[in-house]
Design a protein around this ligand. Structure first.
Ligand SMILES: Nc1nc2c(ncn2[C@@H]2O[C@H](COP(=O)(O)OP(=O)(O)O)[C@@H](O)[C@H]2O)c(=O)[nH]1
Ligand SMILES: [Mg+2]
Length: 304
């Protein structure tokens, strides 16, 4: 199966992938469930490990790059009474510039991305929490964040969030199949309160209304992730704040969503239905309270 990770430059893709690769190596999900995800390529795993180590020990954010990288993982999920393994889960981390660049190569890359959607199991779209804050109306923000954003900054933020809809719009109009989409608001530690975060989520849903409107035949999830609390960038690219990459901050959720969406889409190829049903039901319990689902534009409740 193939997952695409998209997000403009600085949206947090590299940080997320490196944190996720650490948390999911051997992850206890509670209720007797575990998941493990590792790369099939040793060099890639070392690279991810080193990336995270320089964050944790040297307290330095990863350097920005604008290249598309592909990872090949294997994933194994196990609950008290069922287990399932996928030996190859490819993740394409698309270079951010491809989404909003005006260059010739950007257009070529965008077109080839849209074409590749036919064999993509899940699109994961990362949106920077700071961008969400900048796009929000002043009154929807926490008092501590009011009066910080200029009008031009707000407009730029709104445009940045809308990109995903613009890219998928044609396909939605033509009713061409679109794989499940997961919207991930990154850096959720920048929100001052739960209320502010919820207002941010509502705005994202409004700005991407084609993904959340009735009759669109799409399966869409929305969630938030963070690498810790009070995080920021200091001098020389240094990390300010507390890193805490844990299931508490939802680091595991996007990969489990991809796994779940794949099982849902390819249900027929797994011969042992009882086992698959048990695995899917266990994953739905892990999602409870951490992700909202919309099926054909209607909020779908995942808990059973
Ligand atoms: N507050 C906060 N900042 C983050 C977090 N993750 C990343 N950042 C910041 O966002 C910057 C860009 O992240 P990066 O992963 O390089 O983005 P990419 O260009 O999409 O790969 C980092 O240098 C950090 O300053 C987070 O969880 N919380
Ligand atoms: Mg990057």
């Amino acid at each position: 199966m193939k997952i695409s990770i998209l997000g403009v430059s600085r949206s947090g893709k590299t940080c997320y992938i490196s944190a996720m690769s650490q948390v999911l190596k051997n992850c206890n999900l509670g209720n007797g469930c575990r998941v493990s995800l590792k790369t099939n390529d040793i060099a890639k795993q070392l690279e991810l490990d080193n990336n995270f180590m320089s964050m944790a020990t040297e307290r330095e954010w990863p350097k920005g790059t604008d290249t598309t990288t592909s990872y090949d993982f294997r994933i194994h999920f196990q609950s008290q009474d069922a287990s399932l393994q996928l030996s190859s889960l490819t993740m394409d981390d698309y270079r951010g510039g491809m989404l909003n660049g005006m260059g010739k190569q950007d257009k070529i890359d965008r077109d080839s991305f849209i074409e590749s959607l036919s064999d993509t199991a899940v699109i994961t779209f990362l949106i920077d929490g700071t961008t969400v804050l900048n796009a929000m109306d002043e009154l929807d923000k926490d008092a501590t964040h009011r009066g910080e954003t200029q009008a031009s900054e707000k407009l730029a933020a709104i445009n940045e969030i809308s990109i995903m809809e613009n890219i998928l719009y044609q396909r939605i109009q033509n009713k061409t199949d679109i794989p499940p989409v997961l919207i991930v608001i990154t850096k959720s530690d920048v929100f001052a309160s739960k209320e502010e975060l919820n207002n941010g989520i509502s705005l994202v849903k409004d700005l991407l209304s084609a993904l959340f409107s009735f009759g669109n035949r799409l399966f869409v999830g929305i969630t938030t992730v963070s690498l810790g609390s009070g995080l920021d960038k200091g001098d020389n690219n240094s990390i300010i704040g507390q890193l805490d990459i844990s299931t508490q901050n939802n680091i595991h959720i996007p990969m489990l969503f991809a796994f779940y969406a794949y099982l849902d889409a390819e249900y027929e190829i797994f011969p042992d239905k009882t086992n698959t049903d048990k695995v899917m039901s266990a994953i739905r319990k892990v999602f409870a309270g951490k992700i909202s689902f919309y099926d054909n534009g209607k909020e779908a409740f995942s808990i059973d």
